[in-house]
Design a binder for this molecule. Structure first.
Ligand SMILES: C[S@@+](CC[C@H](N)C(=O)[O-])C[C@H]1O[C@@H](n2cnc3c(N)ncnc32)[C@H](O)[C@@H]1O
Length: 267
């Protein structure tokens, strides 16, 4: 199966509902709040009226954080899925400096050199041609403009507490089924340089998941997928989900993700 994040509308309304909520839960994780706050802080003073875009905004969890952090700026979230755009608009009601437009990151409806800051948050790991999105960001950014690319390093993601932990099979299945390039974080610096950007920061944060909800969709989605394919029965699918919840309740859950952030400027 191709990564459904490549064409979210084709994945259907249930996928949009589940992952709109899931991305909200992920962004509310204190580690993710700190990651976003830290990269926004690295952008230096942002002048009033600055134009900031998020490319691949999903249901807007990060776009709303950007709008709150820079109330004097105008923020637009570009997102190819009409379903996510509708969710993003509903969730951002009443926020004056924020709007959402349906557009692919490789073809933005913006003139050249019209943007001060572009953010790609957990997007490049879901595209087949990251070079095209970076080239388009380079086109629309003003000289001196900032690009932030923050992504999960899915190659390091795990749900294992011991060797051959059956719950870890769900983490590996999630990466295989819901991610396009699990190694993109390691490639970010080269991709940015090749697109013409000058790198100013690269760092990786650990995100340790020990509570319910944060990685539950990884187990639910993959267990049900394996069940729908007839690979496992309903009893095992239910048991994997129950095991996730048991560990969370008993303080034994141990999920791991590495979150990479690369920041660069257009010379
Ligand atoms: C995991 S979601 C992240 C959404 C949001 N940035 C967040 O963190 O809440 C990945 C997003 O990338 C979007 N996406 C996939 N291909 C894209 C492309 N070619 N251009 C722009 N966005 C794309 C998907 O539609 C989806 O909304």
């Amino acid at each position: 199966m191709a990564d459904p994040f490549q064409d979210v509308d084709a994945a259907g309304p249930e996928f949009i509902r589940v992952f709109s909520d899931s991305m909200e839960v992920r962004q509310a994780d204190p580690v993710m709040e700190a990651v976003v706050a830290a990269y926004l802080d690295r952008l230096g003073p942002v002048p009033p009226g600055a134009r900031i875009i998020e490319i691949g905004a999903g249901a807007g969890a990060v776009t709303r954080r950007i709008a709150a952090r820079f109330p004097e700026a105008g923020i637009t979230g570009f997102e190819p899925s009409e379903g996510f755009v509708a969710e993003a608009r509903a969730r951002a009601e009443g926020i004056g400096n924020l709007s959402f437009t349906a557009a692919d990151g490789a073809d933005l409806p913006l003139s050249a050199e019209s943007v001060d800051i572009a953010v790609m948050h957990t997007v490049l790991t879901h595209v087949t041609a990251p070079e095209a999105l970076l080239a388009e960001a380079f086109r629309v950014l003003r000289p001196g403009g900032w690009l932030v690319a923050c992504d999960v390093d899915f190659s390091k993601a795990a749900l294992a507490s011991f060797a051959n932990d059956p719950l870890d099979a769900c983490a590996r299945a999630f990466v295989a089924e819901f991610v396009t390039d699990p190694h993109v974080v390691g490639k970010l610096r080269g991709l940015m340089r090749d697109a013409g950007f000058a790198l100013t920061h690269f760092g990786v944060d650990s995100r340790v998941v020990v509570t319910a909800q944060q990685m539950l969709p990884w187990v639910e989605q993959t267990a049900r997928l394996m069940e729908s394919r007839g690979q496992i029965g309903t009893t095992l699918a239910d048991a994997l989900i129950a095991e996730h919840d048991r560990r969370a309740e008993e303080g034994a859950l141990y999920g791991y993700q590495a979150i990479g952030t690369a920041i660069a400027r257009k010379p």
